[in-house]
Write a protein that binds this ligand. Structure first.
Ligand code: GLN
Ligand code: ZN
Length: 758
């Protein structure tokens, strides 16, 4: 490398929750008042310093800092830019103000949270109003830079870039689109650059993942003008603009035309060819994201090295990196005890990915022979993947090739509705719930006791049956029309199924941050998916045996199971989705045989997997809809299929919701029942629909009047024959008292509405 200040080996960002979720435990203790701020800061500093030390030891010569966060990097950026909503400014303590913005408190609502691009990580949505002013508060980034520098690292501060920050913000208080404030905000970034240069930073990284999307118009032009302005500054470190989660498309050329020194590209989802097509990149430092930062699979090192080799003539200098932050993958494969050798050999978590980056950088700069043994070990491990029978189940594959159009469609929805009504005999405006009931301390204790061996399987089943009996009795007492079993036996709506299906690995310690202190442990879908036995039939049948009212069977849909798992990368995701769909289809048929007349297949993640580029959306929605329909079209006309969707903002998927062709769709309608129903009418949806009439995300008990008003509004948009009455999501996070009160009011509201119709 010609420039001694240019690095060769790095990562875009790292996880921060701690190898053993130390930060989760410490923040939750702090919130509960068990430890003070100093103790929390200690835990945080230890996590950061350990991460830096690990990267130094792995041979990284540029180490990202400020990718640590007490809660979320978008909130950190709002703090950095002085743009935290003013409603929190009365809170004197800095840390408490920060957590109030993240989580709310007794008086203040938190900032809104939504999914970070197409990941399952949630960020806090900045609010930009007419009176939002920007000012620089660089204390955090400067302190973390100083901390890592003191450890001997060549540290590279990382900050969310101005375009991404504003493109993901929402306008409030009647203000204009946040991006209209870009020029003003860029001046604050200019001040930040001066401060970082003063502190001795040689490089700074601005994350601009929004440049791989079509979220806003004119993004390449914005990239060009913003980074021209910033690049023209004299007092600044070198600038690396990081694009990730896809191909930067026209923005890549736009960035290459500005004075910035470096661009990070995602070579996992983007293409190497687009780099060769831009001559100005021969003057740039290109950080090649060749090791996938989002999945758990081992990299094919030879293929990766070959790709890197093709770039050498097209760039000024080249560094090896992950495609994005390793925030999205677990810390270390070594923390998993129960994985067979073959499967273990195909996997790479963050630690293993760091080693891959280092190996590739060494091969590139010093020759492959220096690390030939790494390449050999990697190739040998991957070779076992080709002929492992678990990845190639002939029976499932044959079944899928034999699928015809008739397997993914049911008869006319109106005929179905007539057949179902003849069988179920439901009142007008039927009442139901979304599936789960409060997961009480006793339920969680029973699961822990089973895991620890304090109780045996039979005792556990007894406890769950007791819980189901209680929930059924409660629903009868409240007067609901379609009952549920309450899902007490489910730790998680995806993991529960993954544990029972062949082709999935459930991990012990592979935690990934979902938001704040919340972590999830996504199952690993590594092989062909096969259902070896019924998964839910006994529980649901037991519930049905206790009541004359219909009990709704409860399943998770194929798209959601896929979205909340790490998915094999050796075949299209759609192929895995269809395999899961077959398993769910078999389960619906078994439920039907067991006498269950109503079956719900949840798809809350339908929106989440929507591709970031407009051009890719139609193809995704096609297979997502088909997978759902494959899983629900195996039952008779008089079996009523429900689905449930949440996380509002349906926008671009509203047409697909109609195409799912469920008999009844319950849907989050936090903003207003009317709006959602109107959107559904627009796309010609004419099946049953239950817009959520109360928000389960809050402990507040909605009054009968309030819900009656929502129902009256809903009745203006859909005829009574199609309208259902239900909460907007499952009740598992709620307490029993508030749940009983709310559902009692919900039933009263339905009765009042029925009366006014009579
Ligand atoms: N049936 C699930 C429940 O009630 C649905 C959860 C969800 O939509 N995320 O908990
Ligand atoms: Zn939901």
């Amino acid at each position: 490398m010609s420039d001694p200040q240019t690095f060769t080996t790095t990562v875009i960002g790292t996880a921060r929750i701690g190898r053993n979720r130390e930060l989760k435990r410490a923040t939750e203790s702090y919130w509960a008042g068990h430890i003070d701020a100093a103790a929390l800061h200690d835990v945080a500093s230890t996590i950061r310093r350990d991460t830096t030390a690990d990267l130094i030891a792995a041979g990284f010569d540029s180490i990202p800092v400020n990718t640590f966060s007490y809660y979320d990097q978008m909130l950190d950026t709002a703090v950095l830019l002085g743009a935290v909503p003013s409603r929190y400014s009365g809170i004197a303590d800095e840390l408490d103000r920060y957590f109030a913005a993240a989580r709310g408190n007794a008086e203040l609502t938190p900032m809104e949270m939504t999914k970070w691009f197409d990941t399952n990580y949630h960020y806090l949505v900045p609010e930009i109003g007419a009176d939002t002013s920007f000012s620089l508060h660089p204390e955090k980034v400067l302190a973390e830079f100083a901390e890592a520098t003191a450890q001997g690292a060549t540290a590279r501060p990382v900050v969310i870039g101005p375009i991404t920050f504003l493109a993901l913000a929402k306008a409030v208080d009647g203000g204009p689109a946040p991006l209209s404030r870009l020029d003003e905000l860029v001046e604050v970034y200019a001040e930040l650059l001066a401060a970082l240069a003063d502190a001795g930073a040689t490089w700074v990284q601005f994350d601009e993942p929004v440049l791989v999307t079509d979220i806003a118009d004119g993004l390449p032009e914005l990239a060009s003008s913003v980074y021209q302005r910033i690049g023209d500054l004299s007092a600044r470190p070198k600038i690396l603009v990081a694009t990730y989660f896809g191909d930067a498309g026209a923005s890549l050329g736009a960035l290459a035309g500005t004075p910035i020194e470096g661009i990070a590209v995602d070579l996992v989802r983007g293409s190497a060819e687009s780099i060769a097509a831009i001559p100005t990149l021969t003057r740039k430092h290109v950080v090649a994201g060749i090791v996938n930062g989002r999945n758990v699979w081992r990299t094919d090192l030879d293929a990766a090295l070959a790709t890197l080799g093709t770039l050498l003539g097209s760039v000024g200098s080249l560094a090896v990196s992950t495609s994005c932050s390793t925030l999205h993958v677990p810390y270390a494969l070594t923390a998993e005890a129960d994985i067979d050798d073959n499967l273990r050999g195909w996997l790479a978590f963050a630690d293993e990915k760091f080693a891959e980056v280092a190996t590739l950088a060494t091969a590139l700069n010093k020759g492959r022979e220096v690390v030939a043994d790494h390449f050999a070990a990697s190739a040998a491990a991957l070779a076992t993947r080709a002929d492992d029978p678990r990845l190639n189940n002939a029976a499932v594959r044959e079944r899928l090739t034999a699928i015809t159009d008739s397997a993914i469609s049911r008869t006319n929805a109106n005929d179905r509705a007539v057949a179902q009504q003849a069988k179920l005999d439901l009142p007008l405006l039927p009442t139901t719930t979304i599936g789960s009931y409060p997961q009480t301390g006793e339920i969680r204790k029973a699961r822990a006791d089973l895991r620890l061996g304090n109780i045996d399987d039979a005792q556990y089943v007894d406890k769950m049956r007791q819980e189901i009996a209680d929930v059924v009795a409660l629903q009868e007492k409240i007067g609901l029309d379609v009952l549920v079993h309450g899902e007490p036996e489910r730790n998680d709506m995806v993991q529960y199924f993954a544990e029972q299906l062949d082709g999935f690995l459930s991990t012990q310690n592979a935690w990934v941050q979902s938001y704040g202190s919340r972590c999830v442990r996504p199952p690993i879908l590594f092989g062909d998916v096969v259902r070896t036995a019924p998964m839910t039939v006994e529980w649901i049948s037991y519930a049905q045996s206790l009541t004359d009212k219909p009990v709704k069977g409860m399943l998770t849909g194929p798209v959601t199971i896929l979205a909340w798992s790490f998915v094999r990368d050796d075949q299209p995701r759609s192929a895995s989705a269809f395999q899961i769909a077959l398993a769910i289809r078999d389960e619906t048929i078994d439920l039907e045989k067991a006498g269950i007349g109503v079956i719900q297949v949840d798809e809350p993640a339908l929106r989440e997997l929507l591709p970031l580029r407009n051009a890719d959306k139609t193809a995704y929605l096609r297979w997502a809809v088909d997978a759902f329909r494959l899983s629900t079209s195996g039952v008779a006309d008089d079996t009523q299929v429900h689905t449930h969707l949440c996380y509002s903002e349906f926008g671009e998927v509203i047409g697909a919701i109609a195409e799912l062709d469920a008999d009844v769709t319950s849907i989050e309608a936090a903003r207003s029942a009317m709006e959602v129903l109107h959107d559904l009418n627009q796309v010609g949806f004419s099946n049953g629909v239950g817009p959520g009439v109360y928000d389960i995300h809050s402990p507040r008990v909605p009054s009968t009047d309030e819900m009656t008003t929502s129902l009256q509004a809903a009745l203006k948009a859909v005829p009574a024959q199609r309208l259902w009455v239900n909460p907007d999501c499952g009740l598992k996070t709620r307490g029993t008292t508030e749940t009983v009160a709310s559902l009692t009011n919900l039933v009263a509201a339905a009765k009042a509405a029925r009366q006014s119709l009579a």
